[in-house]
Design a protein around this ligand. Structure first.
Ligand SMILES: [Zn+2]
Length: 311
């Protein structure tokens, strides 16, 4: 990653904060202002709106704690960089000058500042966003914020910025909610017995599990519950970043339409159906106020030209 890379350069110090300023002075001024206009109900409504979907997501699974986060993130970082190296060797990595890479990184930079409330560790993550020159319809975010999109998902589905944000939010949510770590913890627990695991933390047995699971970080299939959770958290992130959360509906409709021709790779790990679309629709009213309040992206990008493979 070069110094020009805006995502890799993201650090807690240079992140911009989205949303309204909530310092005490502004809060008090807002409060007295609302009092004067009899807006207490509006204030209560605004407080509820700020919560978004935080209350709709349960606590992190106890299995998550069985494997140290540092180890999971280190394994992911290693796999991500070897995947990038392979892609580079095969000339299958889009350069940072590519308009679609710039587009993905722009959208990521708007989303990332809103990730911290979902996982405090995210403040230290070195987020990366890359575009693989592959016709596959796929995307993922590995633990520690390592994001990859496949060119096919942008090209074949002709994704709008809002739809890109829906996918990116969803994938980032898997990392933020540590679904991979949870899966590893469950595997460790079944292998060596839940009672023993806590005393073995950091020792051989868990280390073996890391080795065995490590290679699967790229192709993890999550549970239905994890998928629902990622949809919810993803909508919250996209809305706060100023992207229309209703794009979740059109995105999954596009996925379903595409699967009538040939099931996209993304669908093998993300079953799309009427239930998923209905669930997203039901959660929309909770994130629409966040979207309404959010600053909107000054820049908009188009998908790759439909007829081209893009270069
Ligand atoms: Zn998912």
């Amino acid at each position: 990653m070069s110094k020009r890379d805006p995502i890799a350069a993201t650090s807690p110090a240079d992140e911009t904060h989205g949303g309204p300023c909530l310092c005490a002075w502004h809060e008090r001024r807002l409060f007295t202002g609302l009092l004067a206009t009899g807006g207490l109900a509006a204030l209560a409504g605004q407080a509820a709106a700020q919560d978004g979907l935080q209350g709709d997501v349960g606590r992190t699974s106890r299995f998550t704690k069985l494997v140290p986060a540092e180890q999971v993130e280190a394994a992911a970082t290693q796999q991500y960089s070897s995947m990038l190296a392979q892609a580079r060797d095969q000339r299958a990595l889009k350069s940072i000058d590519h308009p679609q890479v710039q587009r993905l990184r722009y959208i990521a930079e708007r989303i990332i500042p809103h990730t911290r409330p979902w996982n405090p560790r995210a403040a230290q993550w070195r987020w990366e966003v890359n575009l693989l020159d592959s016709p596959q319809v796929n995307a993922f975010c590995m633990p520690g914020g390592k994001i990859a999109f496949y060119f096919g998902i942008l090209h074949k589905l002709q994704l709008s910025d809002d739809e890109v944000a829906a996918i990116m939010g969803h994938e980032a949510a898997h990392a933020l909610r540590e679904h991979a770590r949870e899966r590893m913890g469950k595997t460790a627990a079944t292998r060596i017995g839940a009672g023993l695991v806590s005393s073995l933390l950091g020792l051989g047995a868990v280390g073996d599990t890391m080795l065995n699971m490590g290679g699967q970080l790229l192709t993890l299939r999550f549970s239905r519950e994890d998928e629902t959770e990622a949809d919810i958290v993803g909508m919250d992130l996209a809305a706060r970043a100023g992207y229309d959360p209703a794009a979740g509906l059109t995105l999954w409709q596009k996925m379903m339409a595409a699967s009538k021709r040939a099931p996209p790779e993304f669908m093998s790990t993300h079953p799309a159906g009427d239930t998923r679309i209905r669930d997203i629709g039901e959660k929309l009213p909770k994130v629409q106020p966040l979207f309404a309040q959010a600053g909107k992206p000054p820049r908009r990008f188009a998908p790759p030209a439909a007829a081209s493979r893009g270069s």
